[in-house]
Design a protein around this ligand. Structure first.
Ligand code: HEC
Ligand code: HEC
Length: 323
């Protein structure tokens, strides 16, 4: 009996001691501000004694919200052939004389993947610069609308002025490629509204070609090769045929042979099979300077369907070989 009673007292004593110890500091020490004396760097703020990135304002500028990404896509292709571009200036004359040094698509490629994909074999010439190594699709995803606007309008230094001499550009001469390959200073060339249209296109309207086909690349720029397969992926050719009949056949003919490209070497069908990256762009944004405006193929789903139809070389044959 006696032993049992002694044992049963021990937990109560232990609880009492614990309460005394735990209770003590809260009574004697007032709670400190955990951020007192914490010195955070610029762009950081103190939370519970730890420096963390300050919350950023993620609201897009109203200019971005109101911008037109379809116009932006045409600007990306060939801004100096779009209706809003004033061709009657000295700058315009220089730009049109050296067009490929100014077209976004020349340096960044239609697929936004620079010299790593469809343009892995597009070597520079005296009339066109190198394709860049940067991945514009990634930049467009990672940067805010405002950051992209600033990058296009002014950049972080290192932009080429319109007045730079491009007449001596020679791919073998690094002093000329250092200038010619540089991104132009678009603050001198485009209006703010046009730059916002470009940003809208980059962030929201660009058709991501990795969802439209598979590409196999070998080697490195500019001597690499690329092969396209699985064009249209799981698209529905029946809907694609209907889209083609409604939106393309009137001009290009039911079999895509009415207008031929590249000196008669390409029909709509063979264009789709060899330059899918460009056909998808033009189906959505049109071909600046021609009768072909934006055709309303706006979603990845519609574009996959159209491709699934156009890869059929019986319905959309290659042009007849020259006699
Ligand atoms: C002559 C080649 C050339 C042309 C034309 C060109 N770029 Fe660039 N661009 C570059 C190079 C090189 C870089 C990477 C170095 C830099 O930022 O200057 C770049 C970088 C960029 C970046 C990323 C900058 C950043 O730091 O976020 C954006 C966005 C961009 N270009 C958009 C465009 C758009 C839009 C056009 C057409 C209006 C265009 N570029 C035309 C060469 C070009
Ligand atoms: C209003 C008539 C019209 C319609 C509709 C039209 N196109 Fe075109 N398309 C043209 C003309 C004109 C050209 C320019 C030909 C040239 O520059 O030699 C062209 C050019 C193209 C090119 C570019 C060829 C190149 O060499 O750069 C592609 C690709 C193309 N069209 C595909 C299509 C597709 C796909 C559709 C339907 C979604 C379509 N077009 C609807 C008239 C049209």
């Amino acid at each position: 009996m006696l032993r049992k009673r002694m044992i049963s007292w021990q937990p109560l004593i232990a609880i009492g001691v614990t309460m005394f110890i735990v209770g003590c500091p809260t009574i004697t020490t007032p709670p400190d501000d955990p951020c007192a004396g914490v010195d955070c760097t610029d762009g950081e703020t103190c939370v519970d004694g730890v420096c963390v990135a300050a919350p950023v304002d993620t609201t897009d500028p109203v200019e971005f919200t109101n911008a037109d990404g379809i116009k932006g896509g045409a600007l990306y292709d060939k801004f100096y052939d779009t209706p809003d571009f004033d061709k009657n200036t000295d700058d315009a004359a220089q730009i049109m004389a050296f067009g490929d040094f100014f077209r976004c698509k020349q340096c960044h490629a239609w697929d936004h993947l620079g010299n790593m994909a469809s343009y892995i074999d597009r070597a520079p010439k005296t009339t066109r610069p190198n394709v860049t190594a940067i991945n514009l699709a990634e930049h467009a995803m990672d940067e805010s609308a405002q950051e992209l606007f600033d990058a296009i309008k002014t950049g972080n230094g290192g932009r080429r002025s319109v007045s730079a001499d491009l007449s001596t550009y020679d791919p073998a001469d690094p002093t000329t490629t250092a200038v010619g390959d540089q991104m132009p200073n678009f603050g001198e060339i485009l209006t703010d509204a046009q730059i916002w249209d470009l940003v809208k296109y980059l962030k929201e309207d660009f058709l991501d070609t990795t969802q439209l086909y598979d590409i196999d690349i070998t080697g490195t720029y500019p001597d690499g090769t690329r092969t396209f397969s699985n064009i249209g992926k799981d698209g529905d050719p029946v809907n694609g045929d209907a889209l083609y009949a409604a939106k393309c056949a009137g001009c290009h003919g039911a079999d895509g042979l009415l207008i031929l490209f590249d000196n008669g070497e390409l029909s709509i069908g063979s264009f789709a099979r060899t330059k899918p990256y460009e056909l998808s762009h033009k189906s959505k944004f049109g071909q600046p300077g021609s009768a072909m405006g934006p055709q309303g193929i706006n979603t990845i789903e519609d574009m996959k369907d159209l491709f699934a139809a156009l890869v059929d070389s019986t319905n959309f044959p290659d042009p007849a070989p020259a006699p």
